[in-house]
Design a binder for this molecule. Structure first.
Ligand code: SAM
Length: 232
């Protein structure tokens, strides 16, 4: 499991170039993955939403654009420089995005009362948390009974595609990312964390173990990413 202080300082180092690196390394497909996540959140028309591990805030902004005015959206992250990027972007926006509250908080010990949110979204964040079971239990705790969890995360690709995919993540991605962000180590970590992450079946079992019901996984892009859904 990742070391929280190493993860925190790694995201602090790359915060300023995080969005650009995401777009280039995924060929822009990361926007479509997040769109699938926001579509799933929208389906339940929540009134209170937590975007945990919000980073530079893209999921929170997409939700603010598409949910009705008055929906309370909280973007939370334990890395202040990533939150700072979200706030810089927010100051250049208009409308409901300006109402998002960006607050510091650790996914392993959420600074929120029980049953606070109708929906929790976490996009490419759970993989970085030191104790996934604890993080999922925390998400369960802060959701109201019947509230919806949405976890977008890397997963394990279809078997026939795995060699090509791992060639890209091991050999090509760290070099391009190192050049883009000046931090090759950060993306070597990305590669290692993706390879070590469970596939969609094991991940679904982890959600169930944390108390979620009606657990489902939607695999995307030849299985390299999955959207996991559960009900508290
Ligand atoms: C890959 S970024 C994802 C950001 C954003 N959700 C997105 O989709 O672009 C991972 C984020 O998880 C945050 N993170 C990692 N561990 C965390 C924890 N224990 N509590 C809160 N945030 C955490 C990092 O600081 C980082 O901003």
């Amino acid at each position: 499991m990742p070391d929280p202080s190493a993860v925190n300082s790694m995201f602090a180092r790359i915060a300023g170039r995080y969005d650009l690196a995401n777009r280039l390394l995924s060929g822009g497909i990361d926007c479509w993955w997040r769109r699938r996540l926001t579509n799933a959140v929208l389906r339940h028309q929540p009134r209170t939403v937590l975007d945990l591990a919000t980073g530079s805030g893209d999921v929170a902004f997409a939700l603010a654009r598409r949910l009705p005015e008055g929906t309370a959206i909280t973007g939370m992250d334990f890395c202040q420089p990533m939150l700072d990027q979200a706030v810089i972007k927010q100051t250049q926006m208009e409308g409901s995005a300006t109402k998002i509250e960006f607050v510091p908080g650790d996914g392993l010990n959420l600074p929120c009362a029980d049953a606070t949110f109708d929906a929790v979204a976490v996009s490419f964040g759970l993989r970085n948390m030191a104790d996934r079971h604890r993080a999922l239990c925390e998400m369960h705790r802060v959701l109201r009974p019947g509230g919806h969890l949405h976890v977008l995360e890397f997963s394990q690709p279809y078997a026939w595609f795995a060699p090509l995919y791992y060639f890209y993540t091991r050999r090509i991605l760290p070099s391009i990312a190192g050049w883009l962000t000046g931090d090759r180590d950060a993306y070597a970590y990305l590669n290692a964390s993706i390879a070590a992450y469970p596939g969609h079946v094991a991940m679904s079992e982890e959600l169930a173990r944390a108390g979620f019901k009606n657990v489902r996984a939607l695999r995307m892009t030849l299985g390299i990413v999955a959207l996991h859904l559960g009900v508290a």
